[in-house]
Ligand binder design. Sequence first.
Ligand code: GRF
Length: 212
Amino acid sequence: MNRQPQDTPTRPLRIAVLVSGSGSNLQALIDACEQGELPNVELALVVSNRADAQGLQRALKHKLPALYLPWKPREEAERRLIALLDVFQIDLIVLAGWLRLFSADFVCRYPQRIINLHPALLPDDGSSKTYTTSDGTQIPALRGLHVVQQALDAGLKVTGSTVHYVVPEVDAGPVLLRAEVPILPGDTEETLHERIKHEEHRLIVEAVKMLV
Ligand code: GRF
């Protein structure tokens, strides 16, 4: 990796976006780049652990290099990914709906160069089990998978999304940005996740802007 995010720009910040599914957040980044909202950014590589990820199709449609990287065994997959990140001279890795865990070795290789979008509110203190919302309510810090459903199951009034740096502990890294999303009566996992994603599309572009 060549350029440190936030260095004086000598060339565009080269980003790799890792996706496992629909890739709507990747699309938000593509749109922002195409509309000139991220002038010093190049979406240089899109990688998916799933051959059928819609995110790959989105990337190809916009003529971005897009690769399927099988994730088993993980050690070999990480070795291949490291080689790819090198060849494509990637400065920043954006996990946008990436559903695989990295080894601590992999994460430590790229300090403050991997950011993740998480569909729940995470506290500044990565070890804290609670998050205090803007109205002072303490809610559980939901980490891991299926956190949209967990927010509903816990009867929360508010959840949201967090962009944070990736550290070896899951969903525990320093927070860059977050947005609160109210939970409405009658919300299902699907309706709530859609509203969270709507916020995420703005959030991920803002987060990248902070790092250019
Ligand atoms: C987002 O909600 C993100 O927070 C989570 O996975 C979802 C990805 O959505 N990690 P998409 O694939 O970008 O549509």
